[in-house]
Structures are given as C-alpha cells and as structure tokens.
Design a protein. Sequence first.
Length: 58
Amino acid sequence: VCTDAAGIEMNIPNIEVVIQNRRSENISLSDLWQRLGRCARSQAICGLALVFLDEKFI
C-alpha cells in the first residue's frame, strides 16, 4: 500500500508486482501508466502490473 508519492520519481528496483485496485475518475491514463511503471525497475527481473477496473471503465 502506498500513496501517489510512490508513483513519482521512486526507483525501487526489486518491486515485482504493482496492483491498482480500481481506477478513480480523477486519475488520467498517463498517471495510471506512471504508477504501473514502478514495477521491475531492475532489468534483472520481470514485473507484473494488474489493474482491477469497475465495469463502467471497460
């Protein structure tokens, strides 16, 4: 669990999984992409990004 601050400028290389539970109306797709890009910052590992959406966003 983290805040928006963790989605910007943090470079923790060993995070393998990022989960975004629900997408609010206030977050842009570029902000969401930025959050998901926090996983697998090290080229030595593979990462997995999961987004759980409400039906209205599908």
